[in-house]
Design a binder for this molecule. Structure first.
Ligand code: 2AM
Length: 187
């Protein structure tokens, strides 16, 4: 089995900005800078022969390059415990459209739909413990975060391998976003 997800990698300059947010919460396990990404679709475990189908399906996605701006921070919690700290994205319609196109080609190729609402974020750190109160200062202190805009020119199918200390993400297929000709059929 192979564990897959589809994401937008973050350029170097923006990674540096994100890294500057990764401090000030003692219990957080911060993400390695080279692992920063914005997940478009978590696929999960598939049989290895299925990989080619998934990869080919993603290569069918047609979308235009677009500009994206990382902005703000937030957290996810479950059972009143903070699970992760993240940076957000300014509202970005082309990002939503791209995510919907990816969802659509994958479901047409037999993958079960991802029932969760798309909530674009870049995970900065994970936590096992900590009440929301515990991260309040971090959230307030970094609420004004904003990185310079960048142009998203591709998205990538990654394999995720869970090593002992951190995840190893291996790019398997980078799919370019190409300006559309007026008459080109859009998936
Ligand atoms: P997260 O950063 O919010 O945890 C690789 O694991 C990527 O897939 C991560 O960005 C992770 O999002 C995302 N993902 C979404 N659903 C997941 C799940 N059920 N298990 C693991 N990762 C998931």
């Amino acid at each position: 089995m192979i564990r897959l997800f589809v994401a937008i990698p973050i350029p170097h300059e923006q990674r540096q900005r994100l890294k500057s947010l990764c401090n000030g919460v003692r219990e957080a396990r911060w993400t390695n800078e080279e692992n920063f990404h914005l997940t478009l679709r978590f696929i999960g475990e598939v049989e290895e022969p299925e990989l080619d189908n998934v990869s080919a399906a993603l290569s069918m996605v047609r979308s235009e390059p677009f500009e994206m701006t990382l902005s703000g921070v937030g957290h996810f919690e479950s059972r009143k415990r903070v699970r992760s700290l993240w940076a957000g994205v300014m509202p970005c319609l082309p990002l939503t459209v791209l995510q919907e196109r990816i969802e659509s080609v994958l479901s047409r190729n037999g993958l079960p739909p991802d029932g969760r609402k798309f909530s674009p974020h870049i995970t900065l750190g994970r936590m096992k413990q900590g009440s929301p109160e515990y991260v309040r200062d971090w959230l307030e202190g970094n609420g004004v975060f904003r990185a310079p805009p960048f142009v998203v020119e591709s998205f990538t199918l990654f394999e995720s391998y869970r090593a002992q200390t951190s995840a190893i993400y291996t790019p398997l297929n980078e799919i370019p976003l190409v300006p559309q000709k007026v008459n080109e059929e859009i998936l």
